[in-house]
Design a protein around this ligand. Structure first.
Ligand code: BMA
Length: 868
């Protein structure tokens, strides 16, 4: 039970409320804002047993904590837990209110997030009916609150039962992709109901996620009390920027019950910048205070400079009350440039006036159970992006509008965010009530997030246009069947009217893109031409096109493409028993949600590699395969700059342990792909590429300086003997791509057996190697891989060891592992050449003896079945 006495109100709980995710606001003691996070109980509706609950949280996690259900991720447990979403759930708590609190003129309950169909009662009176997990709700409770004990009760109706009612009432069918696995969820009639409920699409199953449809209080509930006036919102807008000054405005939204006056103060990094006295009128009052930052330090995206942030706070003093909200603001401009050019229509981001090639990935929620993702986990995920040379993440539309911490970290680390609205793959209803609900959802989230410097753009949806309205003439509306017309009109209303009008009203400086991929509103890139928009390329994978197609199928911006792998064995052990290990067992199949998954992996694997000798070898080779293919795609996209100005692979992370397209698994272990991506995204990339028998050496440089240097080439045999070498002078272009040298393959090979040689290419500036690359002339299955002897030495350092490796013969894809022990290798899965010593830093708590015992370096030569 929470006790709301005046003294408690004035102290600790205020901080707690803010730590839990309100809009960056710091509210001092004259406003009461305790979070109602304790004393909660829950039960399945109709049962007698109330059990302790955690708020914020959800029913699955509460059942788990009370040992009423087993771990949903373990083996195939998820299948047995499908009953949960067909039931209604109740939550309740009680809290005590001191008589002093009731003297406040206004008392409100703020619900930051209810999942989803919730009826809220306070002391027996219904105070709210909520129906959208993405919305926030404020309810005036002055009349319901009483001195002493108060009872708060939330009744959640089943999202499946509600969905079925809406599904049946619609009268026409909405196309819902196979991601809503109604049959897995035992939904009566296999009705696909996900699109009727405003909650994350991935809760209903996706081709990388389980189907676990939660209910619960997923963001904090806080009580707020004040007299006469309060500060509802503070928005900081940058008007202009130059070397000498940045001009900004602070927009205050103040709610007042009566006429009066108030003082407004804007502070920057703690110092008063501007202050004024204003008149209050009853109702909502808006004020604008202009201020300047002299010689501003700019916010840059990762790789180009520091993402400097200024702390800007806005205070309202009214009578005895003080209200403050604050934001961290970066001084920068971000534009998405869409202009006709000689190649088509551009699609690139300009930051502080500089066109920037975007490097990154698509991002999904970090857990199927959102509320258990710790701040530390968020930090590790975004840190991985920053460490991997990303400058952009795309918050994909089948998840949720992320928590504030996600955007705070992106602000801090210089990661731009491509922010989808939460619509993915399926068609959605278009009736007035639905559209109005979505409009409010968009307002809540745009207002919550618009002060983040990291947000580069808003995007209406993921793949709805391309999957449903493929042909341009269909989109023109001429050949519609009546129902198709309805579907198009619904689409048109939502993505071309409702959402852009919210962006225009609430965040006018930010670009709105109606659908990814597209070439503009209602224009499918594939139909009107890749030279006009962004594209998702799934020919490699879904259509089993040769992986080389990555180098030819390129649009102005590649916002999705991907390839699957399994997580490493250590992660598989988190959900499976040894008897489950294998590609055809039920448990492994349960943790592979792409219907074509294993077949596609096998198809591509056997084209480049020989048959792995066992399950563990398959996991290792499969990860190397994924890493090589995505590296190949990224390099092709970067070589195609400035035609192509961005590449975001699918997908950075996972929400449970599964075979998926992720580069980092659900336990945040880097797959081979993460290491390869990090290198492929280095600011300076040396990319050898063979085209029609000619080997071209491309240099892609993200830095803003043109620099001279030397391309050094050496053809080596697998024992390290130099068979041929050449050195060519050249230069790298500032923020550009250049082919510095080309040579026919035959001239380079000089008659050498192409199964037994590798080319080492290095870009050298003032004797220092700035970038390097290896080029093999055959696929790995056709190479005569030798058996190497790798020597390893461990030198202890502060947080682990520096490991030195050398080899007598080519050691392909050295996979360093500690088995079931913890440690992070800063590099992994790399090729080791004879005569080259490589030092790899290992972060671990292991001592030297334990490390020696568990350390293994696997190489590719031993991974295959011997008979082949
Ligand atoms: C993309 C995404 C997801 C999906 C992925 C893999 O198109 O937008 O819907 O998970 O493909 O199939």
């Amino acid at each position: 039970m929470v006790s709301l006495t005046a003294s408690v109100i004035a102290m600790g709980l205020v901080g707690e409320a803010n730590a839990m995710g309100r809009v960056g606001g710091v509210i001092d003691q004259s406003i009461v804002e305790p979070s109602l996070s304790s004393g909660w109980q829950f039960r399945q509706a109709g049962s007698d047993e109330w059990l302790p609950a955690t708020v914020p949280g959800c029913n699955h996690l509460d059942l788990l904590a009370n040992k009423k259900i087993p771990d949903p991720f373990w083996r195939m447990n998820e299948a047995d837990l499908q009953w949960i979403d067909k039931e209604d759930w109740e939550y309740k708590t009680s809290f005590e209110v001191a008589p002093g609190l009731l003297k406040k003129e206004h008392i409100e309950l703020h619900f930051a997030g209810l999942d989803t169909y919730a009826e809220v009662s306070l002391n027996g009176s219904v105070i709210l009916s909520a129906d959208n997990m993405f919305r926030e709700w404020d309810v005036d409770v002055k009349n319901q609150l009483k001195a002493g004990q108060n009872e708060l009760h939330v009744f959640f109706r089943s999202p499946i039962v509600e969905g079925i009612k809406k599904h049946d009432a619609l009268g026409y069918a909405l196309r819902v992709g196979n991601n809503d696995r109604a049959e897995h969820g035992n939904v009566p009639g296999n009705k696909k109901v996900s699109v009727f409920t405003r909650k994350p699409g991935y809760h209903f199953g996706w081709d990388w996620g389980p189907r676990l449809v939660s209910s619960g209080i997923w963001r904090p509930i806080t009580l707020k009390a004040w007299d006469q006036a309060q500060l509802r919102d503070l928005r900081i807008v940058q008007n202009s920027q130059s070397e000498k000054r940045a001009s900004l405005s602070a927009f205050y939204e103040v709610e007042s019950a009566a006429e009066g006056t108030a003082d407004l103060v804007v502070r920057m990094d703690g110092n008063v910048t501007v202050e004024t006295t204003v008149k209050l009128k009853p109702g909502t009052n808006s004020y604008r205070l202009d201020f300047e930052i002299k010689n501003p330090e700019l916010w840059w995206c990762n790789g180009l400079g520091d993402p400097h942030l200024y702390q800007i706070s806005g205070t309202l003093k009214q009578g005895k009350q003080t209200f403050s909200l604050s934001h961290r603001i970066g001084i920068r401009t971000v534009e998405l440039v869409r202009e006709k050019d000689d190649m088509g229509t551009s699609f690139y981001f300009k930051v502080n006036g500089v066109p920037i090639f975007m490097k990154g990935a698509n991002y999904i929620p970090n857990d199927i159970f959102i509320t258990r993702v710790s701040d530390e986990k968020y930090r590790k995920v975004i840190q991985t992006a920053a460490d991997s040379n990303f400058n952009m993440l795309r918050v994909w539309g089948g998840g949720f509008y992320e928590n504030d911490i996600f955007y705070d970290l992106c602000d801090e680390m210089g990661i731009l965010v491509w922010q989808d609205f939460m619509f993915a793959c399926n068609l959605f209803p278009g009736d007035g009530a639905f559209l109005e609900n979505v409009r409010q959802e968009a307002i809540d989230n745009v207002k919550r997030l618009r002060n983040h410097s990291c947000i580069a753009m808003w995007c209406g949806n993921n793949e709805i246009l391309v999957s449903n309205f493929k042909e341009a003439e269909v989109v023109k509306g001429e050949n519609f069947k009546p129902q198709e017309k309805q579907l198009w009109e619904d689409y048109d209303s939502l993505f071309h009217k409702v959402l852009p009008s919210v962006v225009k009203a609430e965040d006018p400086g930010r670009f709105y893109w109606s659908s990814s991929p597209s070439a503009g509103p209602g224009l499918v890139s594939r139909t009107v031409g890749l030279e006009h928009g962004d594209e998702h390329y799934w020919g490699v994978w879904h259509q089993k096109k040769p992986y080389e197609t990555y180098s030819t199928y390129i649009a102005r911006f590649m916002s999705e493409y991907g390839f699957q792998s399994f997580p490493e064995l250590r992660t598989i052990k988190e959900f499976a028993l040894p008897e489950d290990y294998g590609l055809t067992t039920d448990v492994m199949n349960h943790h592979q949600r792409s219907p074509v998954g294993n077949k596609a992996i096998e198809h591509y694997l056997l084209q480049s590699y020989r048959q792995p000798k066992d399950f563990e070898a398959f996991l290792y080779v499969g990860q190397v395969l994924q890493a090589e293919l995505i590296k190949y795609a990224i390099e092709a996209h970067r070589r195609a700059m400035p035609f192509c100005m961005g590449t975001l692979y699918w997908q950075l992370n996972d929400c449970w342990p599964v075979a998926s397209w992720s580069s980092m698994d659900s336990s945040l272990r880097w797959k081979a792909e993460q290491y390869f991506v990090k290198k492929a995204f280095e600011p300076l990339l040396l990319s050898p590429f063979e085209k029609e028998g000619i080997l071209e050496f491309h240099l892609v440089n993200d830095a803003l300086l043109t620099r001279p240097g030397k391309l050094r080439l050496q053809l080596l045999d697998f024992d390290g003997k130099v068979l041929w070498k050449k050195s060519v002078d050249g230069e790298i272009l500032a923020n550009g791509e250049k082919t510095v040298f080309s040579i026919p393959r035959s001239e380079l090979l000089q008659g050498q057996d192409d199964q037994k040689v590798v080319l080492l290419a290095e870009w050298v500036e003032s004797d220092a190697v700035q970038a390097d690359a290896l080029f093999y002339f055959r696929r790995v299955k056709d190479l005569s891989l030798p058996k190497p002897n790798v020597d390893v030495a461990f030198a202890p350092v502060e947080d682990g060891f520096d490991i030195t490796l050398k080899t007598d013969r080519l050691a392909k894809n050295c996979y360093l592992t500690l088995g079931d022990d913890d440690g992070f290798f800063e590099d992994n899965y790399f090729d080791l050449l004879p005569g080259k010593e490589v030092a790899v830093h290992l972060k671990t708590k292991l001592d030297r003896e334990s490390l020696k015992r568990v350390f293994v370096c696997r190489t590719l030569d031993g991974a295959f079945e011997t008979k082949q």
